[in-house]
Design a protein around this ligand. Structure first.
Ligand SMILES: C[S@@+](CC[C@H](N)C(=O)[O-])C[C@H]1O[C@@H](n2cnc3c(N)ncnc32)[C@H](O)[C@@H]1O
Length: 321
């Protein structure tokens, strides 16, 4: 059920000073700039859902004929209008105060830019906003759908051991990690397992879920899971390459740490709705050690025990002269 204060929650309401952090994020900015440059053809019509400061609309306006930039937060509406007026081709961008869940442009468009991305596709409304847009757009204009930036998101989960001590203070709370930096506090206990591949132009379920097993590759204390979201901002068919951007990793502490050894399997199960609060993942999370050894190791141990029965005992040795 929708919380009546939801529009004021962090993720839905992002104050202007947070946008300056986003403008400072070089990987994000360069990724979107390159993707927009690739996807927006000269003379195109573009729609941005959740325009913020208007930066992505500005990138699009360098080639587009017209950009509709939809934003809900009044503080950002005036910031975007003000900033776009100071930048080249800003006059091609129409900033519209509206809810992206309801807005449709007055004409068909070629490209939709939507950066309501949060790790896990939690918290921000990327999944429901694009799904709602597609349904309403097809009803009003018929097909084809415009291209989407990002084109897809790939999500993975990884078992880790994480140090939750801070100057001696133990605080196993949700942490964010820079995906482009070395993680001093974390040790990987297994490879990341992909649990979702979502192409925004295709029909998709609103549920993000997994029920699977991961092989443990290092001994350790499994006390957290790392959630990874990689966004394919654009796919370059001519070079068979993608322009990617990872949102920050999220580290979710486990309520009950599990001692694991190399060769163990852990089963992980969760299910949440796209755009749900961060705790939706942990609320549904079940992590279980399902076998102490892989079948290969079990087989090897059994074979070793069997061969031990045929080894001569010291007493028998003594009788053989
Ligand atoms: C992560 S920010 C991205 C801003 C900008 N596109 C950029 O890349 O810098 C998401 C933006 O979407 C806006 N937003 C969130 N929900 C919205 C909605 N339902 N309708 C319109 N704007 C929305 C927020 O106010 C925020 O400015």
């Amino acid at each position: 059920m929708q919380n009546k204060f939801e529009s004021l929650e962090l993720g839905q309401f992002i104050p202007l000073h947070y946008h300056h952090n986003m403008l400072n994020d070089t990987a994000r900015m360069q990724g979107f700039k390159d993707a927009i440059d690739l996807a927006v053809k000269p003379g195109a019509k573009v729609l941005e859902l959740g325009g913020g400061t208007g930066v992505q609309s500005f990138f699009a306006a360098q080639k587009a004929q017209k950009v509709y930039c939809v934003e809900r937060n009044p503080e950002l509406i005036s910031a975007a209008r003000n900033l776009l007026a100071q930048n080249s081709n800003g006059d091609k961008v129409e900033v519209i105060q509206a809810d992206a869940m309801h807005y449709l442009p007055p004409e068909p468009i070629d490209v939709v830019i939507c950066e309501m991305l949060h790790t896990g596709l939690l918290r921000e409304k990327q999944m429901p906003v694009i799904d709602s847009f597609k349904q309403r757009y097809l009803k009003k204009f018929g097909g084809p759908l415009p291209a989407f930036i990002p084109e897809a998101s790939i999500q993975a989960i990884q078992p880790i051991q994480h140090d939750f001590h801070f100057a001696g203070f133990y605080a196993p709370t949700i942490q964010f990690q820079n995906p482009y930096a070395t993680q001093e506090r974390s040790t990987s206990l297994g490879d990341p397992e992909v649990f979702q591949l979502l192409a925004y132009a295709e029909p998709y379920s609103q549920t993000c879920q997994w029920d699977g097993e991961i092989l443990i590759t290092e001994d350790g204390q499994l006390n957290a899971l790392r959630l990874i979201t990689k966004n394919l901002l654009a796919i370059n068919m001519s070079t068979c390459s993608t322009i990617d951007w990872h949102t920050q990793y999220i580290v979710f502490p486990l309520a009950e740490p599990i001692k694991v050894s190399r060769g163990d399997q852990v089963s992980i199960r969760f299910s949440y709705q796209g755009g749900a609060p961060l705790n939706a993942l942990t609320d549904s999370l079940q992590v279980r050690l399902i076998s102490k050894q892989t079948p290969v190791l079990e087989f090897a141990m059994e074979a070793m025990n069997r061969s031990a029965e045929f080894r001569p005992r010291p007493a028998e040795n003594a009788s053989i002269r």
